[in-house]
Design a protein around this ligand. Structure first.
Ligand SMILES: Cc1cc2nc3c(=O)[nH]c(=O)nc-3n(C[C@H](O)[C@H](O)[C@H](O)COP(=O)(O)O)c2cc1C
Length: 315
């Protein structure tokens, strides 16, 4: 599959997730064919905001990379693009974020009510960037309006569309409507990326019957190897075993090393990562409780290392 001139090595894509898909985490998602940054505010990019600059960190190992932008007005788009153009392989725009602050400011999912504005934003991005432009949308604001939205996105020059198959009003409730993704695929000529509720190989295979690639969000949190397992299933029709505690702790330690390297480590986020990486394991409740008591970064890493050796003594 290709997005513009960018060829993807398989059909699995890491979804953009604010607070999750920073550079260290993305580097652990080795078998995702394409990874998205966290969403980046175009106004903050234009102003050279320091925290926002950190969201633009990338390196060669994670290529191809999609930078996801969000905002409302077209005026900062040109200068926002100038800040990321040399780093990004693809530039995406967010028309689906349901967070109160974002929707309240008229951006993210609020734009689903304004198809003509979506068209203007896409055409402005296409005009000012030499990179393929993509859009990430939900099915609509309060009702399914995806065919109209998707056509506008394609007609204004987008190279692909990613669809989280729920409306804004649905939030995360109910089931993602994959049928709606199929209807878009039958209508558009650009690649369609399906998104919503994929957690395993079987589901990825079903959704791939309706679209060109599958985007995975929540199921990848704390589990960057999900892409390896699902790719294996798609090729071999066999399940790979789920990672054990030691493997998950090793992944956390790799994350820690990378976070240190890129100056992204602090107690709060490391605790969150440690909890994410150990969720759904046998001892995860006890680990979570212990992690909450720890007061320094060093002690937290030591605690995680000790869980590994503890596991060895037990087995
Ligand atoms: C913690 C979190 C942060 C998210 N941040 C973003 C974001 O920055 N941009 C975006 O387009 N979608 C964002 N999303 C939505 C996901 O990209 C995805 O569309 C949604 O979770 C549905 O896919 P899933 O069922 O595989 O999780 C976020 C979702 C979660 C859970």
């Amino acid at each position: 599959m290709k997005i513009g001139n960018i060829k993807l090595k398989n059909k699995l894509i890491l979804a953009p997730m604010a607070g999750i898909t920073n550079l260290p985490f993305r580097l652990l998602c080795k078998d995702a064919a394409l990874r998205y940054t966290e969403m980046i505010n175009i106004n903050a990019l234009e102003r050279n905001n320091k925290a926002t600059k950190k969201l633009t960190l990338t390196n060669k190992q994670e290529k191809p990379i999609t930078f996801q932008l969000f905002g409302l007005r077209e005026s900062p788009i040109k200068s926002a693009i100038e800040k990321i153009e040399s780093k990004a392989d693809i530039i995406d725009f967010n028309f689906g974020c349901p967070a109160h602050q974002i929707v309240g400011a008229g951006s993210g999912a609020a734009l689903l009510k304004r198809p003509e504005k979506i068209g203007k934003i896409i055409s402005t991005l296409v005009k000012h960037s030499s990179k393929p432009i993509t859009a990430k949308v939900r099915l609509g604001y309060d009702k399914n309006n995806i065919i109209k939205l998707a056509k506008i996105i394609q007609d204004n020059g987008a190279s692909a569309i990613a669809i989280h198959a729920r409306t804004y009003k649905q939030g995360y409730s109910g089931k993602a409507n994959w049928k709606a993704i199929q209807e878009v695929k039958e209508t558009l000529s650009i690649p369609v990326i399906g998104n919503g509720d994929v957690t395993n190989g079987k589901q990825a295979e079903s959704l791939l019957k309706h679209c060109d690639a599958v985007m995975i969000g929540r199921a990848a949190i704390g589990d960057p190897q999900i892409f390896t397992r699902i790719n294996h299933y798609l090729k071999e029709h066999k399940q790979m075993p789920m990672p054990k505690l030691d493997e998950k702790i090793n992944l956390f330690l790799q994350y820690y090393k990378l976070a240190k390297k890129y100056d992204l480590a602090n107690l709060h986020t490391l605790r969150q990562k440690a909890q994410e990486f150990t969720r759904n394991l046998r001892n995860s409740r006890i680990i979570r409780k212990e992690l909450n008591k720890i007061e320094t970064e060093e002690l937290l890493v030591k605690y995680m290392e000790s869980q590994k050796s503890l596991n060895k003594t037990k087995s």
